[in-house]
Design a protein. Structure first.
Length: 204
Protein backbone atom coordinates (compact mmCIF):
# COMPACT_ATOMS: atom_id res chain seq x y z
CA UNK A 1 0.00 0.00 0.00
CA UNK A 2 1.20 3.49 -0.78
CA UNK A 3 -0.24 6.92 -0.08
CA UNK A 4 -0.48 9.05 -3.22
CA UNK A 5 -0.71 12.75 -3.92
CA UNK A 6 -4.27 14.01 -4.21
CA UNK A 7 -3.48 15.20 -7.73
CA UNK A 8 -3.14 11.58 -8.89
CA UNK A 9 -6.87 11.33 -8.39
CA UNK A 10 -7.92 14.89 -9.26
CA UNK A 11 -5.99 14.92 -12.56
CA UNK A 12 -7.35 11.58 -13.76
CA UNK A 13 -10.42 11.63 -15.99
CA UNK A 14 -12.71 9.72 -13.68
CA UNK A 15 -16.47 9.98 -14.15
CA UNK A 16 -16.89 10.80 -10.45
CA UNK A 17 -15.55 14.31 -11.10
CA UNK A 18 -18.69 15.15 -13.06
CA UNK A 19 -20.88 15.49 -9.97
CA UNK A 20 -18.69 15.85 -6.84
CA UNK A 21 -17.25 19.34 -7.23
CA UNK A 22 -18.52 20.24 -3.73
CA UNK A 23 -16.58 17.37 -2.12
CA UNK A 24 -12.96 17.54 -1.03
CA UNK A 25 -10.35 14.82 -1.61
CA UNK A 26 -9.36 13.48 1.80
CA UNK A 27 -7.06 10.54 0.97
CA UNK A 28 -5.69 8.69 -2.06
CA UNK A 29 -4.05 5.26 -1.71
CA UNK A 30 -2.76 2.56 -4.04
CA UNK A 31 -2.99 -1.16 -3.24
CA UNK A 32 -0.73 -3.88 -4.60
CA UNK A 33 -2.32 -6.21 -7.15
CA UNK A 34 0.67 -7.92 -8.82
CA UNK A 35 0.01 -9.46 -12.21
CA UNK A 36 -3.26 -7.60 -12.70
CA UNK A 37 -4.32 -6.70 -16.22
CA UNK A 38 -6.55 -3.96 -17.63
CA UNK A 39 -9.71 -6.11 -17.50
CA UNK A 40 -9.31 -7.42 -13.94
CA UNK A 41 -11.21 -4.73 -12.04
CA UNK A 42 -14.45 -6.78 -11.77
CA UNK A 43 -12.37 -9.71 -10.50
CA UNK A 44 -10.84 -7.46 -7.85
CA UNK A 45 -14.24 -6.18 -6.73
CA UNK A 46 -15.56 -9.73 -6.45
CA UNK A 47 -12.54 -10.78 -4.40
CA UNK A 48 -12.97 -7.80 -2.08
CA UNK A 49 -16.62 -8.66 -1.46
CA UNK A 50 -15.79 -12.28 -0.73
CA UNK A 51 -12.91 -11.46 1.62
CA UNK A 52 -15.10 -10.35 4.53
CA UNK A 53 -15.38 -7.13 6.50
CA UNK A 54 -12.98 -4.95 8.47
CA UNK A 55 -14.73 -6.04 11.66
CA UNK A 56 -13.17 -9.49 11.13
CA UNK A 57 -9.65 -8.01 11.32
CA UNK A 58 -7.19 -8.06 14.25
CA UNK A 59 -8.35 -6.79 17.64
CA UNK A 60 -7.15 -3.14 17.26
CA UNK A 61 -9.34 -2.76 14.19
CA UNK A 62 -12.31 -4.51 15.82
CA UNK A 63 -11.90 -2.38 18.94
CA UNK A 64 -11.74 0.85 16.95
CA UNK A 65 -14.90 0.05 15.01
CA UNK A 66 -16.71 -1.10 18.15
CA UNK A 67 -15.92 2.20 19.85
CA UNK A 68 -17.01 4.17 16.78
CA UNK A 69 -20.35 2.35 16.47
CA UNK A 70 -20.97 2.65 20.21
CA UNK A 71 -20.33 6.40 20.16
CA UNK A 72 -22.49 6.71 17.07
CA UNK A 73 -25.35 4.94 18.82
CA UNK A 74 -25.03 7.00 22.01
CA UNK A 75 -24.72 10.36 20.24
CA UNK A 76 -27.08 9.69 17.36
CA UNK A 77 -24.43 10.11 14.68
CA UNK A 78 -25.79 7.23 12.63
CA UNK A 79 -29.53 7.79 13.02
CA UNK A 80 -31.44 7.24 9.76
CA UNK A 81 -32.47 10.91 9.90
CA UNK A 82 -28.80 11.82 9.45
CA UNK A 83 -28.17 9.53 6.49
CA UNK A 84 -28.50 9.47 2.73
CA UNK A 85 -32.00 10.34 1.61
CA UNK A 86 -32.70 12.26 4.83
CA UNK A 87 -30.04 14.77 5.91
CA UNK A 88 -28.50 14.71 2.43
CA UNK A 89 -29.76 13.62 -0.97
CA UNK A 90 -28.10 10.62 -2.55
CA UNK A 91 -25.51 11.37 -5.19
CA UNK A 92 -27.49 9.03 -7.43
CA UNK A 93 -29.81 12.00 -7.90
CA UNK A 94 -26.92 13.78 -9.65
CA UNK A 95 -25.80 10.93 -11.89
CA UNK A 96 -25.82 11.38 -15.67
CA UNK A 97 -28.24 9.00 -17.36
CA UNK A 98 -25.64 6.46 -18.43
CA UNK A 99 -24.24 6.15 -14.90
CA UNK A 100 -27.72 5.89 -13.41
CA UNK A 101 -28.38 2.98 -15.77
CA UNK A 102 -25.07 1.27 -14.95
CA UNK A 103 -24.88 -1.50 -12.31
CA UNK A 104 -24.71 -0.13 -8.78
CA UNK A 105 -22.70 -2.94 -7.27
CA UNK A 106 -23.76 -5.39 -4.61
CA UNK A 107 -24.55 -4.02 -1.14
CA UNK A 108 -24.03 -6.10 1.98
CA UNK A 109 -24.13 -5.68 5.74
CA UNK A 110 -20.34 -5.68 6.09
CA UNK A 111 -20.05 -2.57 3.91
CA UNK A 112 -22.16 0.36 5.18
CA UNK A 113 -21.42 2.38 2.05
CA UNK A 114 -24.08 1.97 -0.63
CA UNK A 115 -23.34 1.57 -4.31
CA UNK A 116 -23.60 4.48 -6.74
CA UNK A 117 -22.25 2.83 -9.89
CA UNK A 118 -19.76 0.26 -11.18
CA UNK A 119 -17.92 0.58 -14.49
CA UNK A 120 -15.14 -1.54 -16.04
CA UNK A 121 -12.44 0.60 -14.40
CA UNK A 122 -14.10 2.53 -11.56
CA UNK A 123 -16.80 2.31 -8.93
CA UNK A 124 -18.21 4.59 -6.25
CA UNK A 125 -20.10 4.11 -2.99
CA UNK A 126 -21.51 6.68 -0.55
CA UNK A 127 -22.29 7.04 3.13
CA UNK A 128 -23.77 9.88 5.16
CA UNK A 129 -24.21 10.41 8.89
CA UNK A 130 -24.32 13.37 11.26
CA UNK A 131 -20.61 14.11 10.70
CA UNK A 132 -20.03 13.82 6.95
CA UNK A 133 -21.26 12.82 3.52
CA UNK A 134 -18.50 10.69 2.06
CA UNK A 135 -17.72 8.78 -1.13
CA UNK A 136 -15.29 5.89 -1.55
CA UNK A 137 -14.06 5.83 -5.14
CA UNK A 138 -12.19 2.78 -6.43
CA UNK A 139 -10.26 2.98 -9.68
CA UNK A 140 -8.17 0.63 -11.80
CA UNK A 141 -4.96 2.21 -13.08
CA UNK A 142 -1.83 1.01 -14.85
CA UNK A 143 1.12 1.25 -12.47
CA UNK A 144 4.75 2.06 -13.12
CA UNK A 145 5.65 -1.62 -13.58
CA UNK A 146 2.97 -2.20 -16.23
CA UNK A 147 0.63 -4.13 -13.93
CA UNK A 148 -2.69 -2.57 -13.02
CA UNK A 149 -3.37 -1.57 -9.42
CA UNK A 150 -6.33 -0.69 -7.26
CA UNK A 151 -6.57 2.91 -6.12
CA UNK A 152 -8.91 4.27 -3.49
CA UNK A 153 -9.88 7.92 -3.09
CA UNK A 154 -11.97 9.14 -0.18
CA UNK A 155 -14.09 12.21 -0.93
CA UNK A 156 -15.67 14.09 1.95
CA UNK A 157 -18.21 16.84 2.50
CA UNK A 158 -18.09 17.59 6.26
CA UNK A 159 -21.26 18.54 8.09
CA UNK A 160 -20.19 21.97 9.30
CA UNK A 161 -17.52 22.69 11.89
CA UNK A 162 -18.32 19.54 13.84
CA UNK A 163 -17.74 17.42 10.75
CA UNK A 164 -14.39 19.07 10.07
CA UNK A 165 -13.26 18.53 13.67
CA UNK A 166 -14.41 14.91 13.50
CA UNK A 167 -12.40 14.25 10.32
CA UNK A 168 -9.30 15.83 11.85
CA UNK A 169 -9.71 13.77 15.04
CA UNK A 170 -9.98 10.42 13.28
CA UNK A 171 -7.21 11.05 10.70
CA UNK A 172 -4.48 9.31 12.77
CA UNK A 173 -6.71 6.25 13.27
CA UNK A 174 -7.50 6.06 9.55
CA UNK A 175 -3.85 6.28 8.55
CA UNK A 176 -2.37 4.05 11.26
CA UNK A 177 -5.09 1.42 11.72
CA UNK A 178 -7.94 1.46 9.18
CA UNK A 179 -6.04 1.85 5.90
CA UNK A 180 -3.30 -0.66 6.78
CA UNK A 181 -6.08 -3.11 7.68
CA UNK A 182 -7.75 -2.44 4.34
CA UNK A 183 -4.43 -3.05 2.61
CA UNK A 184 -3.97 -6.41 4.31
CA UNK A 185 -7.52 -7.46 3.48
CA UNK A 186 -7.70 -6.25 -0.12
CA UNK A 187 -4.19 -7.25 -1.15
CA UNK A 188 -4.75 -10.71 0.35
CA UNK A 189 -8.09 -10.89 -1.47
CA UNK A 190 -6.28 -10.30 -4.75
CA UNK A 191 -3.67 -12.96 -4.02
CA UNK A 192 -6.35 -15.47 -2.96
CA UNK A 193 -8.93 -14.49 -5.59
CA UNK A 194 -9.20 -17.94 -7.18
CA UNK A 195 -9.72 -19.71 -3.85
CA UNK A 196 -12.23 -17.08 -2.72
CA UNK A 197 -14.19 -17.41 -5.94
CA UNK A 198 -14.26 -21.20 -5.55
CA UNK A 199 -15.51 -20.91 -1.98
CA UNK A 200 -18.24 -18.52 -3.03
CA UNK A 201 -19.27 -20.90 -5.80
CA UNK A 202 -19.56 -23.75 -3.30
CA UNK A 203 -21.72 -21.63 -0.99
CA UNK A 204 -23.87 -20.60 -3.96
Amino acid sequence: MARLAKSTFSDHRWRIHEFTSDFGVEDVWAFRTPGAGPDDFPTMLMAMRTAGSLTEQAWPVRFLFAVRWKLGALLGWDDPAAGVGARVASLRDRLPGDLRDAPRGEDNDSMPLKGLYELPTESARELANKTVHTVMHLGWVEGADGDHELRMAVLVKPNGRFGRLYMAAIAPFRHLIVYPALARQWERAWRDRDDLAAQQGERG
